[in-house]
Ligand binder design. Structure first.
Ligand code: PA5
Length: 448
């Protein structure tokens, strides 16, 4: 079974012909992408990755994951942005809601912690407290090898592991995922003899979850990565269809583009399942970094319902009408709870015999109609179940929709020139050699 995309709830805002009229533009975007002739074509390796991935490396990933499961209580994954979000999203979506809190014998893999995704000394200090008494492995993930946040975290963790296990012991507990040839991390990994995995040149950070970047931590957490890839491969085949009328992935790209052109400049990814919280973070990076450039782009945001119906719900129902929602619905939950207890005096007797999932589902249906009535177009993506297979399909659905959306918008969906600005300033303010003039200028501005 496939994912289902439904644009009909937005019909009051975008008529079917507004989507149909984009068929030629979508076809052109498809040809650019598949012909590898569009802007950023050198970063389209993700397009056929589910079919063309390196089987030998995949086997090594599974072996390393098995080793980590057998010799570690905790795996610390160090990375940021595209070198972090996909792994976290997938582990949380497909794992147990309280994975890290489960007793060891009931956990399918080690506890998973993330580091190098911020510069907070408090977070790291507390993480070390939690790691006390545990056997620890580290997976450092950085394509460039020079990103400040993970580079500092790795420096700290390397010292920590060498202190605890000795140089040789630490060597066996460090896994490096980085560029095939270039970069400082690659040099360090080679010099120290760490087991290394490759981020292919032609796959950018936010498109890298189905490479070793995501796969090693995901497999270590006990999730079936072969199924994840199989799902992505099925999506790759299904969404290779050039005809907009036959391709739900392209319909999503066309619908959001039509909405954007009519002033819907903020898209909210809506979920009704806490396990999908980090998926929304991954999605925001994918679309935000791909489209937000040249003074253009939909602003991607997210809400988690029903939680946020009690906070952001008011704005969505009644605030500025520049929004649309993309609801990710999961058809069959992995668990359900029957509501029993008869008339318990709490006024909820009418729910007797229903399940909690049914209530969640009615909340979704009711909200969809209320928000549509309130003037917010709703797009709906349905996953049959939150399994590795369907999640792999969803990853590919969003990746490809994002690329097509970028081409419809007339941007390069695969670069991120804007993320450099803060880094240059930070390096200068920290006194990095070569940044002296900029430092003087920034300090004058800050102190002036
Ligand atoms: O999508 C991107 O390119 C970024 O988010 C990067 O993934 C992020 O900056 C981390 O880069 P690196 O893997 O080089 O450390």
């Amino acid at each position: 079974p496939s994912l289902r995309f439904d644009v009909s709830r937005a019909a009051a805002f975008v008529a079917p012909h507004e989507i149909e009229y984009q068929a030629a533009a979508v076809r052109a975007a498809h040809d650019l992408l598949h012909g590898r002739r569009g802007p950023g074509a050198e970063f389209t390796g993700w397009l056929d990755l589910p079919e063309r991935y390196d089987r030998e490396e995949f086997r090594r990933i599974q072996e390393a994951a098995a080793r980590i499961r057998s010799d570690s209580d905790a795996l610390v994954v160090i990375g940021i942005g595209g070198s972090y979000l996909g792994a976290r999203a997938t582990v949380e979506a497909l794992g147990h809601a309280f994975h890290n809190l489960l007793p060891k014998d009931r956990r399918p893999g080690p506890q998973i912690f993330f580091a190098g995704k911020d510069l907070s000394p408090v977070y790291l200090t507390h993480l070390f407290e939690v790691l006390e008494g545990k056997e620890v492995s580290v997976n450092v993930v950085s394509k460039s090898g020079t990103t400040t946040e993970p580079a500092i975290a790795f420096r700290i963790f390397r010292e920590y592991l060498e202190r605890r296990y000795g140089k040789e012991g630490a060597r066996r507990r460090i896994y490096a995922t980085t560029d095939r040839r270039r970069g400082i991390l690659k040099q360090v990994a080679d010099a120290e003899g760490y087991e290394s995995f490759v981020i292919p040149d032609e796959v950018g950070g936010r498109y890298s979850v189905l490479t070793a970047v995501g796969l090693l931590p995901i497999a270590a957490a006990g999730i079936d990565i072969a199924q994840l890839m199989a799902g992505a491969a099925s999506a790759m085949a299904e969404y290779a269809e050039p005809d907009l009328a036959q391709n739900p992935c392209y319909q999503y790209a066309a619908a959001r583009h039509a909405l954007y052109r009519k002033g819907r400049t903020t898209e909210l990814l809506v979920t009704y399942e806490p396990a999908l919280r980090s998926t929304a973070e991954w999605w925001k990076q994918l679309f935000g970094e791909s489209e937000g450039k040249d003074g253009k782009g939909i602003f991607p945001a997210s809400v988690e319902f029903t939680t946020d119906l009690h906070s952001m719900g008011q704005y969505i129902q009644d605030g500025l009408r520049n929004l649309f929602e993309t609801v990710v619905q999961v058809e069959r939950p992995r668990a359900d709870i029957a509501i029993s207890g008869g008339d318990a005096g709490d006024g909820l007797g009418f729910l007797e015999g229903q399940t909690l999932d049914h209530v969640n589902r009615m909340a979704l249906a009711g909200t969809l109609l209320a928000h549509t009535d309130g003037g917010v177009p709703n797009l709906l993506l349905t996953l049959p179940e939150l399994t590795p297979y369907h999640y792999g399909q969803m990853i590919y659905f969003f990746e490809k929709a994002c690329a097509i959306s970028g081409y419809l918008l007339g941007v390069n969906p695969f670069d991120q020139p804007g993320v450099e600005a803060y880094k240059q300033n930070m390096y200068a303010l920290l006194g990095k050699p070569g940044f002296e003039a900029r430092r003087a200028e920034l300090e004058r501005r800050l102190n002036g």
